[in-house]
Ligand binder design. Structure first.
Ligand code: CA2
Length: 147
């Protein structure tokens, strides 16, 4: 069984409480459950995490690089600002996929660029919680190809 880490960045713990028109009505716990269900159907085990602290996110990316088969990251606001998260992602060899709930290219211009996108296999943006489902499926395909 492959083991993946799903890392969620700042403010995503607030999902479901505000801005449902942009981010949907689901809570982060709902997304956690959806990831567990999707991963199980692909024989993948998920370690699902959220932090508001950049350094903690860097540590989790490094740990995933040592211990997991793949990484999914919603860097949230840090994607647009953090060279440190980009460097952490560049330092790991496992496939990593960046996800966003909203379509960042349809929103304010400052959201169109993420540093993290330079360091990941691919980016999935704009499908709400289904972005996470698509990312798990993409990792599953990569694992099968590399088997
Ligand atoms: O669309 C996404 O997933 C984002 O990563 C979400 C980030 C935003 O900064 C990115 O540009 C796109 C924001 C996450 C904060 O979500 C909240 C949800 C409810 C209430 C407050 C914040």
């Amino acid at each position: 069984m492959h083991h993946i880490v799903v890392v969620n960045g700042p403010n995503l713990n607030m999902l479901g409480s505000r801005e449902p028109s942009i981010y949907g009505a689901e809570t982060l716990e709902d997304i956690h459950k959806l990831c567990d269900k999707t991963a199980t159907s692909h024989s993948i085990k998920v370690d699902f995490r959220q932090s508001n602290h950049e350094g903690e996110l860097v540590t989790w990316i490094q740990e995933a690089g040592r211990a997991a088969a793949g990484l999914i990251i919603n860097p949230a606001g840090f994607g647009h600002t953090s060279v440190a998260l980009m460097d952490a992602l560049l330092s790991i060899k496992i496939p990593a996929i960046e996800v966003h709930l909203s379509n960042i290219y349809k929103r304010e211009e400052f959201r169109h660029h993420t540093y993290t996108a330079r360091a990941v296999h691919g980016v999935i943006s704009g499908f709400g919680s289904h972005s996470y489902v698509l990312a798990i499926e993409a990792l599953s395909n990569i694992f099968k190809k590399n088997a």
